[in-house]
Design a protein around this ligand. Structure first.
Ligand SMILES: NC(=O)c1ccc[n+]([C@@H]2O[C@H](COP(=O)([O-])OP(=O)(O)OC[C@H]3O[C@@H](n4cnc5c(N)ncnc54)[C@H](O)[C@@H]3O)[C@@H](O)[C@H]2O)c1
Length: 325
């Protein structure tokens, strides 16, 4: 019997993992900091939400986190709880406590479970990757990295610690490295701007995306499926898994938004620096651990997201007058 423990489960990726597990009829528990159903309400059927088992607490608190497995009978952990680039930049101490200590606490919980936890699958990030000039050719899954942000180094530390938990305690793990995850529920972080731009386009408001250049775009529904597949399939080793999604320039993203929401033509713009992550990425490990998971083309993913936002506004789940942007 599988049971998933999903930290950061009320967030964007967590909500989509929840959606897939509900559809599959698989048991799970969400862990998050405090009650907040804003994203779950957007992603799930509202009838499903009340019965979801949830535990609230801070993953950087060792006693709380290390006790989670005993409380839940979990067999697999998907660890997503974390703080994004802007918070880690302004408050690196808090960033390290949540992103690094929190992840060690999760691995400790797995170690203390004495085999009950079969794997730990966690969100690393494309932010471990440095800019293009650091590399010669496609970036392999196990390439050495020199990120340019605290957030990137925190994720890199997690990947290193995961290797030590395999080496010393035999805990299998996979750290997936998405680029800009997009879709319903993407509310926080620098790379949430394209998702908020789709929402603004549907709501009839202008929006300026604050970065430019090429980036990978991962539809959140695909990312959720890839994390679940890795959790099921990683039986040994500590894997780093590149997850580039579709690489596209910002002008192309805008073109797809305008195709999905023609009435928004000209109202969505972009300005700013390119993101400091190289985009020429090898995907060997993804093919090994998560074959046959979806890889939705960007145009289709943007259209799907715009259609879902239209439905959320039509049903009154979102209110254009109260939009945060
Ligand atoms: N969204 C992306 O584009 C992207 C890309 C690469 C990696 N990631 C990583 O994927 C993970 C999930 O991303 P997301 O987009 O779903 O983020 P999100 O911000 O929507 O969700 C994160 C969740 O973690 C929870 N959380 C934060 N601090 C916590 C704490 N101390 N204890 C317990 N819960 C806490 C938040 O309440 C939130 O529900 C993160 O680790 C992120 O760094 C995301």
């Amino acid at each position: 019997m599988e049971k998933f423990l999903i930290t950061g489960g009320q967030g964007c990726i967590g909500a989509w993992i929840t959606r897939q597990l509900l559809a599959e009829g698989i048991d799970f528990t969400l862990v998050d900091l405090e009650p907040n159903e804003f994203i779950l309400q957007q992603v799930l059927d509202s009838d499903d939400i009340p019965s979801i088992e949830r535990i609230y607490g801070d993953i950087s608190a060792s006693e709380f986190t290390q006790g989670l497995v005993a409380q839940t009978d979990a067999t697999h952990i998907i660890h997503l709880a974390g703080l994004q680039i802007p918070t880690c930049r302004t408050n690196p101490v808090l960033g390290a406590q949540v992103n690094v200590v929190g992840t060690i606490n999760i691995f400790e919980a797995a170690r203390l479970s004495e085999g009950q936890i079969q794997s730990v699958t966690y969100a690393s990030s494309a932010a471990v990757v440095g800019p293009a000039e650091d590399y010669d050719g496609p970036i392999l899954d196990d390439a050495p990295h020199r990120p340019r942000t605290h957030y990137g180094y925190f994720k890199l530390a997690n990947e290193g610690n995961a290797r030590v938990y395999w080496q010393d305690f035999g805990i299998p793990s996979a750290g997936l490295r998405p680029y800009a995850v997009y879709g319903i529920g993407r509310e926080l972080g620098l790379s949430s701007a394209p998702s908020r731009a789709i929402r603004a386009a549907v709501a009839g408001r202008p929006f300026k995306i604050p970065f430019s250049g090429p980036c990978g775009y991962n539809l959140v529904r695909d990312t959720a499926a890839q994390l679940i597949a890795c959790a099921r399939n990683v039986k040994e080793g500590a894997w780093g898994v590149n997850l580039p999604g579709t690489i596209a320039d910002m002008a192309e993203v805008l073109k797809h938004i305008e195709a999905a929401v023609p009435e928004a033509a000209g109202s969505i713009t972009f300005e700013g620096d390119t993101l400091p992550f190289a985009c020429e990425i090898d995907t060997t490990n993804l093919g090994r651990l998560a074959p046959e998971t979806p890889d939705t083309p960007l145009a289709d993913g943007i259209k799907e997201t715009a259609d879902l936002y239209r439905d959320l506004y039509a049903r009154g789940v979102l209110d254009p007058a109260k939009a945060a942007d």
